[in-house]
Design a protein around this ligand. Structure first.
Ligand code: SF4
Ligand code: SF4
Length: 337
């Protein structure tokens, strides 16, 4: 027998979780933009989106975040470290590719320095994922060896019932089990059919991509100049990506008072690698695009043993010039060998 969460019991669960001190986050569509926001009730949620435009990563690694408040006087510098509040979160309705993105980024944020901002939020959150029963032409999870029911990064996996009334509950971690044990009175024990999973075709051969990128002669290939011609360097593909993680640290304020902030940055921006001398080692869009692909499918894997892409397709779906990563990876896997 499997535990079932019926849609008409979701409000009761939300009340229980909120009473236990959790803030409940879910996809919410506002002004044509879907993003994870705090909800009070089930009807606030937009769970029928294939994917919200913004990822759950934004809640763990905000676009801008204060780190230190500083005050400089004649004799001393006073600093106050600013850390995120101790809020516990239920992240409800995450898609498998976005949950996987969090796990892909964990080693990066814990590598040479344990990023307290990322891990405080990670340790205080429960990721409740819903398997995908629909996809679009941009989804490519199966091309990066994930799937519409991948459990990577999830604490709980919900599988939609074929009758549309709710979800089958599968707890993956102890944290997920504890969350759903706390609402067991609102769950039913019954046999129910789950809906068919989305069929996501494999769009490129990732092994061939990795092999070509790892070949030192590929770095100077004319391929990069041809494929990146129409990229305008807007950075949308990086800002919407569930695994992109580049940031810059800047001081905002005057000579005496200010705040040191961590702000998203993007390898697509011309200033990303600009030296103070004025020299820029990546001085064309094609060298910046090459970096993005090399980082995701060669360097990151070399360092952390995993590719830095969960196949969500946002970089292609939202690119203003209809470019994105899929076309590049398809072109690489189709190169003559
Ligand atoms: S690939 Fe598209 S989304 Fe990414 S920087 Fe270039 S134009 Fe912008
Ligand atoms: S690179 Fe593109 S497809 Fe891969 S995770 Fe980032 S946005 Fe999604």
């Amino acid at each position: 027998m499997t535990r079932i969460l019926l849609k008409n019991k979701l409000d009761d669960c939300i009340v229980t979780w909120r009473n236990a001190g959790y803030s409940v986050l879910a996809p919410v569509k506002r002004n044509e933009m879907g993003s994870f926001s705090e909800v009070q009730k089930a009807s606030d949620m937009s769970l029928d989106l294939i994917l919200p435009e913004r990822t759950i990563k934004d809640r763990f690694f905000p676009q801008t975040e204060p780190m230190i408040r500083y005050k400089i006087s004649k004799q001393q510098i006073d600093t106050e470290t600013m850390t995120p509040p101790d809020t516990k979160s239920v992240c409800f309705g995450v898609r498998p590719c976005d949950a996987a993105g969090l796990e892909i980024d964990d080693p990066l944020f814990g590598w040479d320095y344990k990023d307290q901002y990322w891990f405080k939020r990670r340790n205080n959150s429960v990721i409740v994922t819903i398997t995908c029963t629909a996809s679009d032409d941009f989804c490519m999870c199966t091309s990066v060896k994930l799937s519409p029911e991948s459990t990577k990064g999830s604490d709980v996996m919900l599988r939609p019932l074929s009758n549309g009334n709710g979800w089958q509950v599968e707890t993956i971690t102890e944290r997920g089990k504890a969350l759903f044990d706390s609402v067991s009175v609102h769950l039913s024990d019954e046999k129910a059919e789950t809906a068919a999973l989305a069929q996501v075709p494999v769009r490129f051969n990732v092994e061939q991509v990795m092999e070509w990128l790892a070949n030192p002669t590929s770095f100077e290939s004319q391929f990069w100049k041809d494929i990146a011609l129409r990229c305008i360097g807007c950075g949308s593909c990086t800002f919407l990506c569930p695994t992109c993680h580049c940031f810059d640290i800047q001081d905002e304020g005057d000579t005496y008072n200010g705040i040191r902030r961590k702000n998203w940055d993007s390898c697509s921006f011309a200033n990303f690698t600009m030296h103070t001398s004025g020299h820029n080692p990546r001085n064309t869009q094609s060298t910046r695009w090459r970096q993005r692909i090399m980082h995701k499918f060669n360097y990151y894997r070399g360092k952390f043993g995993v590719n830095s892409c969960s196949g969500c397709g946002r970089c292609t779906r939202q690119c203003p010039v209809d470019m994105g990563i899929t076309e590049t990876l398809q072109a690489i896997s189709n190169l003559p060998r």
